[in-house]
Design a binder for this molecule. Structure first.
Ligand code: EPZ
Length: 441
């Protein structure tokens, strides 16, 4: 079990290159099995969820090697269409292997995915879309069995722009006969990243980033060299940390457009923001004012993943901030913990009202999930005394060397690793026999 220790009060100064995106990497790793190919994938963050995806790929028969942030995947052989329950439970993105396996093997046997407990998180949109493309799917308890002798193109209308459902449809459609059109598709940058990866392997796919994506099969290629874009939620977290603690930081390797909505609220709260090419500079006096009303929405709206983190940054802002969470039913689990620091927040259904307080006092908090854990770290940076965050292993699922990065910016934080289960314990990369061959992409 990891325990974060944060001694608040230090301002943040310096520059930081933002890691590759977790939520872009994971679908790309699942997509690597759609065609028999060798992929060199750069800028993959070293995270537990990425390791979980690698374990699934290895289990399926792929050869996977890693050097720092590069993965080499040889998916020439996919020997199994079955993903064991313990691997499915590791993370939410395991569900994306459903579309990938259907495309590659014509069948998939898996179970409901794990991931953060943010609400019901059904997969009905995934299943109905794959059925519309010709898949026969049966569910027994938490087990799911999918089979398709031949997938065919379809016109699919998503009633909600689900990120995961859009990804699953894109993957399955690569092997479908005819044209698949997704109406009401998710528009997140991670969808564009997936399109770029699939296109680099010969998929005929267009429209990602808009609400209408068209996929017309593929003329598969054997190799690709692909770079994962930077993580907009990590960039948002670092920006919020600087806003709350005060200081001036430079984030490099980022796409400003991808976290514009978060920067907008930090600007309204009193921060100065400058951007140039792939660099964003944030300056803050540490004294913020409430920026008004924050409503989460699918991209390009304000991201639900940044809601806990912006809330943490605004705990001492003068005035009242109103939050409305429209994506997940259960995404205020960080609130009761933040209150223990002295924060004044009330929650009523989808609404949370935050009244800024003069001072926060360090306390021992429990991280409820990945972004909730990151929010506690941000809050701890501005609290008097020491804040401890227990169950903080969640944070390592999404943030690479986050403690080192914050320390390099001047924060006083450290992680106590208790027993097994730390990222370093779990992350010794496999170097299978075919590794050298897989590397020669
Ligand atoms: C992705 O989850 C992200 N995860 C989440 O990030 C992110 O919060 C979410 O998109 C929204 O942006 C990954 O990319 C791995 P959805 P996903 O399907 O795909 C409902 C993080 O912290 N829905 O867009 O699971 C669902 O219940 C994580 O990095 C259905 O009703 O999100 C939810 O209310 C947490 N039926 C809404 O749509 C379905 O079949 C959004 O879900 C599918 C979804």
């Amino acid at each position: 079990m990891d325990i974060w220790h944060i001694r608040g009060g230090n301002r943040l100064f310096g520059s930081c290159r933002v890691q590759g995106s977790k939520n872009a990497s994971l679908p790309v790793l699942a997509a690597s099995i759609v065609f028999p190919a060798r992929s060199r994938i750069r800028n993959v963050p070293r995270l537990r969820d990425a390791d979980a995806a690698v374990s699934i790929l290895s289990h399926l028969g792929c050869s996977v090697g890693r050097e720092e942030n590069e993965l080499y995947i040889d998916s020439g052989l996919v020997a199994d269409a079955d993903i064991p329950r313990e691997l499915m439970a590791e993370m939410r993105s395991s569900v994306i292997f459903m579309g990938a396996l259907l495309a590659r093997c014509g069948e998939a046997r898996l179970s409901l995915p794990g991931g953060c407990q943010l609400g019901k998180r059904p997969i009905d949109l995934h299943l109905s879309a794959l059925r519309a493309m010709g898949a026969e799917i049966s569910e027994e308890g938490s087990d799911i069995f999918c089979r398709a002798a031949k997938l065919h193109g379809a016109e699919i209308d998503l009633r909600f722009p689900s990120v995961g459902a859009t990804e699953n449809i894109m993957l399955a459609a690569c092997a479908a006969e005819g044209r698949t059109t997704i109406h009401g598709a998710a528009r997140e940058p991670e969808i564009v990243a997936l399109q770029n990866y699939l296109s680099s392997l010969g998929a005929h796919i267009s429209g990602a980033g808009s609400g209408r994506i068209v996929i017309c099969g593929a003329s598969a290629r054997e190799t690709t060299d692909y770079t994962v874009p930077s993580d907009r939620i990590v960039a948002s977290t670092l920006a919020c940390a600087c806003a709350a603690a005060g200081g001036r930081i430079i984030l490099s390797g980022v796409n400003y457009e991808h976290f514009l909505t978060v920067l907008h609220f930090l600007n309204e709260a009193g921060c100065d923001i400058i951007h140039f090419n792939d660099i964003v500079e944030i300056s803050s006096s540490g004294v913020l004012r409430a920026p008004g009303s924050v409503i989460t929405a699918p991209y390009p709206g304000f991201p639900t993943d940044a809601q806990p983190i912006l809330m943490a940054a605004l705990l001492r802002a003068q005035g009242t901030t109103q939050f409305t969470e429209t994506i997940f039913e259960n995404r205020y689990r960080h609130v009761s913990e933040l209150r223990r620091l002295g924060a004044d927040i009330s929650v009523d259904g989808t609404q949370a009202v935050l009244r800024g307080v003069k001072e926060l006092r360090g306390e021992t908090l429990t991280a409820p999930d990945l972004r909730g854990g990151a929010a506690m770290v941000v809050a701890g940076l501005t609290a008097r005394g020491e804040t401890r965050v227990v169950d903080a292993g969640h944070i390592a699922r999404g943030y690479e060397s986050f403690d080192d990065r914050l320390c390099a910016l001047g924060a006083d934080v450290w992680i106590e690793h208790k027993g097994k289960g730390t990222y370093e314990d779990a992350s010794q990369p496999d170097q299978p026999a075919a590794f050298q061959q897989a590397r020669r992409v």
